[in-house]
Design a protein around this ligand. Structure first.
Ligand code: NAD
Length: 434
C-alpha cells in the first residue's frame, strides 16, 4: 500500500517507519523543513531506541521517504494518517486542534480518488466529524472516508508497542475504509493483535479514557505513598499487595514525583474540558489532574527536608531530567517544576541526563550541565534522582561519598534499598518508604 504520514514527530516517525517495515511505501511529511532535511540526510531528530536503524533500513529498501510537499505526497495514496501535535490550548486547557485542521485542509487539497484519512493524533470526541466537514468544504465532492485510529505507543518502547500492540482501535463508519484499515494493519492482524472496530466517537473517547485511567492509577499510588510516609508503611509492599490482584494489576503502581510527559497532563486536561462542555464532568479526573500538578513542585520539599530545611546557597545535583527513561522528551517533565522550585529556594542546580539535555536547555534556565553522573555530583550538597535511567541504578556510592560535600540522596523513583543506603552512610529519602 501507499501511505502518507502527516507529522513526523514521536508518533508519526515511529508509525511511518513501522508501516514501511511491514512492506508499505510510506512518505513522512512535516512542515518543519529542518526536521525533513535532517531525516533526508539520515539524521533522526528524536531519541527513540531502535529508530535510527529502523529508519535507515527502510530508507535503504526504498520504502520510506520524507517530504515537506504534502499535496504531492498524498496524491496517490490509499491512506493518509494525521499524526500532528495536539497540545493544550493556552489559557483553557482544551486540545489545540489547529494543526489537525490545517493538515485536514492541506490533505483535502492534495488527494485524488478514494482516500482514507486517518486521525492518529489524540483528539477530542467529534474531531473526526469536523475533519470530515473541513475536507468536504475545501474540496466539495471529494471521495474520502475519515477514520479514527488512536495511537497507544509509549515513548522509549515505541517500536515494540507499535509492532506488538495490546490492541488496535479503529473508529470507522465506512465499509471501504474498514477494509483499507484492515489491510494497513494486516501483518498485526495475522499476529492476532486484537482489532477493535467501533464508531468514530467511541474510538476517539477510548484514547482519552485509557490515558485518564492510567493517570488515575499513578495518582492513586502516589497518594497512598504519602499516607505510607505518615503511618510508617512501605508503598512498594502495598503496591505489590494490591497489584497481584488480577483485577488491579501491577503496572502503573510505582510511586514517584507525579506523571508528566507529552500525553497524560494535556490529555487529562482535554478530557476534563470535553466532559464539562457536554455537561458530564468527570470529577475523578479533575481531582487527579489537580493533585498531580501540586505534587511535582511539592517534591522539592522532600529535598529541603533532607537538607535540614533549606537549600539556600547549596549545590543540588540532579540525575535524570526527561519525564521517563529512554526518551529525550522533556514535555511537562516533573523535573521542570522540581528544579524551578529548588531554584526559587536558592539552590544552584547541576544536572545530567543521558539524552534529555538538549531539550532541557530550551525549557529550564540557569542549570549547569555535566557529561556524566559523577562529575555532576562533585561538590554537591545533595543528590536528587528524578528519572530512573538504567545508568543511575547501580551508582558507585563509595565514589559518590568522596565526591559530594554531603552524602544526601533523595530518590524520587525508589530505585535503591533503604537499608543499603544506610550502610553506605547516606541520608536517604525516597517516596512512600521509611
Ligand atoms: N508522544 C507520544 O508518546 C504519543 C503517544 C500516543 C499518542 N500521541 C499523540 O500523537 C500526536 C502527535 O504527538 P507527537 O508526540 O508525535 O508530537 P510531535 O510534536 O513530536 O510531532 C508533531 C509533528 O507534526 C508536525 N506538524 C504540525 N503541523 C503540521 C502540518 N500541518 N503538516 C505537517 N506536519 C505538521 C510538527 O512539525 C511536528 O514535527 C499527539 O496528538 C499526541 O497526543 C503521542
Amino acid at each position: 500500500m501507499h501511505i502518507a504520514m502527516v507529522g513526523s514527530g514521536y508518533v508519526g516517525l515511529v508509525s511511518g517507519a513501522c508501516l514501511a517495515d511491514f512492506g508499505n511505501i510510506v512518505t513522512c511529511i512535516d512542515t518543519d523543513e529542518k526536521k525533513i532535511e535532517a531525516l533526508q540526510l539520515g539524521k533522526i531528530p528524536i531519541f527513540e531506541p531502535g529508530l535510527q536503524e529502523l529508519v535507515a533500513n527502510n530508507v535503504r529498501q526504498q520504502r520510506l521517504f520524507f517530504s515537506t510537499d504534502l499535496a504531492k505526497s498524498v496524491s496517490d495514496v490509499q491512506a493518509v494518517f494525521i499524526a500532528v501535535g495536539t497540545p493544550s490550548r493556552r489559557g483553557d486547557g482544551h486540545a489545540d486542534l489547529s494543526f489537525v485542521y490545517q493538515a485536514a485542509r492541506d490533505i483535502a487539497a492534495g488527494i485524488k480518488g478514494f482516500t482514507v484519512v486517518v486521525t492518529k493524533s489524540t483528539v477530542p470526541v467529534g474531531t473526526g466529524d469536523e475533519v470530515e466537514r473541513l475536507i468536504r468544504e475545501t474540496r466539495p465532492g471529494v471521495d474520502v472516508a475519515v477514520v479514527s485510529n488512536p495511537e497507544f505507543l509509549r515513548e522509549g518502547a515505541a517500536i515494540a508497542d507499535f509492532k506488538r500492540p495490546d490492541r488496535i482501535v479503529i473508529g470507522v463508519e465506512d465499509a471501504r475504509a474498514e477494509a483499507v484499515m484492515k489491510e494497513v494493519y494486516r501483518p498485526l492482524y495475522l499476529n492476532q493483535a486484537p482489532f477493535l472496530v467501533t464508531s468514530r466517537r467511541s474510538s476517539e473517547l477510548t484514547k482519552y479514557a485509557a490515558n485518564a485511567f492510567l493517570a488515575t492509577k499513578i495518582t492513586f499510588i502516589n497518594e497512598i505513598a504519602d499516607l505510607c510516609e505518615q503511618v510508617g508503611a512501605n508503598v512498594q509492599d502495598v503496591a505489590r499487595g494490591i497489584g497481584l490482584d488480577k483485577r488491579i494489576g501491577s503496572k502503573f503502581l510505582h510511586a514517584g514525583p507525579g506523571y508528566g510527559g507529552s500525553c497524560f497532563p494535556k490529555d487529562t486536561q482535554a478530557l476534563i474540558k470535553t466532559a464539562q462542555d457536554f455537561g458530564s464532568p468527570i470529577r475523578i479526573v479533575e481531582t487527579v489532574s489537580a493533585v498531580n500538578d501540586q505534587r511535582k513542585r511539592a517534591m522539592a520539599k522532600k529535598v529541603l527536608a533532607a537538607c535540614g530545611g533549606s537549600v539556600r546557597g547549596k549545590h543540588v545535583a540532579i540525575l535524570g531530567l526527561t519525564f521517563k527513561p529512554n526518551t529525550d522528551d522533556m514535555r511537562d517533565s516533573p523535573a521542570i517544576s522540581i528544579i524551578t522550585a529548588l531554584q526559587d529556594h536558592g539552590a544552584t542546580i547541576h544536572a545530567f541526563d543521558p539524552e534529555g539535555m538538549d531539550q532541557a536547555r530550551q525549557v529550564v534556565s540557569n542549570l549547569t550541565y555535566f557529561e556524566d553522573a559523577y562529575s555532576c555530583c562533585a561538590g554537591a550538597d545533595a543528590l536528587v534522582i528524578i528519572t530512573e535511567w538504567d545508568a543511575f541504578r547501580a551508582l558507585d556510592f563509595s565514589r559518590l561519598k568522596t565526591l559530594m560535600k554531603a552524602p544526601i540522596l533523595v530518590d524520587l523513583r525508589n530505585i535503591y534499598d533503604t537499608e543499603d543506603m544506610r550502610q553506605h552512610g547516606f541520608v536517604y529519602r525516597s517516596v512512600g518508604r521509611k
